[in-house]
Design a binder for this molecule. Structure first.
Ligand SMILES: [Zn+2]
Length: 344
């Protein structure tokens, strides 16, 4: 088998994927039809082409466009269920997925109904496909900080087996992390794991703020930390995991090419870096593609790729015994298959 086939088959762990950006394309097309269609979207190909972005604001605009077609709790549950089925086909064995329940105001679906729908999907997928997913709720910068505590209160009854944490996505530039300090400190006190997008659109100061103000356990993206040597050193010493999403960074224009992307530099400097797919359907990519970039475009060796894969297990919020089981699975795969990689 060639490298890409090997990576497809390899058991994988994903730490930064948005359920809202990982829908199965056919399923979204069905929803568009179900709710009266859109004159611009006549086929799956039209829909695919719709997800080509000029820049980050255009990406956000398209995000809200597709949200208009999620209108009932069953749409969310079925979408998440099918997404997890697809992930299981890609040999993703464990993931921590983010969802943004307050992004559907226009559809009139209650955020708590969305949380319940995703919770059900996770349980069903685990029993049907043996894929383990834990969920993080995106508090979302764009909905402002004034009522962010209300959003935390709304989601707090769901904290448990399936829903384990909160995240902070959206416009990093317009809504800096420090505005959400109180909410994150309170969420941590209530037992939520805390992560935040930072260092994607905005530079190192945003990463510093996520660490110092929000006390996040991992950084979503974090790649622009590379612009500040002191921060790079801090991340290395503290081993704060970075959920790097390489293809996403190229598609939204954070970097213009794989050559420019700092993943390899951060990895070789000893930071705890992982690769993730972010919004795979919207970017037309997969987690396997991220690993392929490491091999084909960034010249990481096979042992280094295995290292990145183990980083993801170590950086996850899975309990120790579950981490050990996943690592055993990964190690077994490498022992049994690494010699079968061919150069074709
Ligand atoms: Zn993201």
């Amino acid at each position: 088998m060639n490298f890409h086939q090997y990576i497809e088959k390899m058991p994988k762990v994903e730490l930064h994927v948005h359920l809202d950006g990982a829908f199965v394309l056919d399923f979204l097309f069905d929803l568009v039809q179900k709710y009266g269609g859109d004159p611009e979207i006549k086929s799956i190909t039209d829909l695919q082409n719709w997800f080509v972005f000029r820049d980050f604001p255009h990406f956000i605009e398209t995000w809200f466009w597709k949200n208009r077609f999620f209108r009932e709790p069953v749409d969310f549950e079925e979408s998440a269920y099918q997404t997890l089925q697809e992930f299981s086909r890609q040999n993703i064995v464990y993931l921590e997925a983010i969802f943004s329940p307050w992004d559907y105001k226009e559809s009139g679906v209650n955020p708590t109904d969305i949380a319940r729908a995703n919770q059900n999907a996770v349980k069903r997928a685990q029993s049907d496909f043996n894929i383990h997913c834990r969920l993080m709720v995106d508090i979302t910068r764009d909905h402002g900080h004034e009522h962010a505590m209300d959003r935390l209160d709304e989601i707090t009854p769901f904290l448990g087996e399936e829903i384990i944490g909160i995240g902070l996505g959206g416009s990093e530039q317009r809504f800096p992390a420090h505005l959400f300090k109180d909410v994150f400190i309170e969420a941590k006190r209530r037992g939520f794991h805390c992560v935040a997008h930072a260092g994607e659109v905005v530079g190192p100061e945003s990463v510093w703020s996520a660490i110092k103000d929000l006390e996040t356990e991992r950084i979503g993206h974090g790649v622009r930390a590379v612009e500040d040597p002191e921060l790079v050193e801090y991340l290395r010493i503290e081993q704060i995991p970075l959920e790097v999403c390489i293809v996403s960074n190229i598609k939204t224009g954070v970097y213009s090419s794989f050559n420019e992307h700092p993943f390899a530099e951060l990895f070789h400097k000893g930071l705890l870096v992982t690769v993730n797919s972010d919004d795979p359907t919207m970017f037309g990519s997969s987690l396997a593609d991220e690993y392929s970039v490491l091999y084909q475009n960034m010249n990481l060796t096979l042992p280094e790729i295995r290292h990145v894969q183990i980083n993801a297990v170590e950086s996850s919020f899975a309990p120790m015994d579950e981490k050990r089981k996943i690592k055993d699975l990964i190690n077994r795969f490498w022992i049994d298959n690494a010699l079968s990689i061919t150069n074709d």
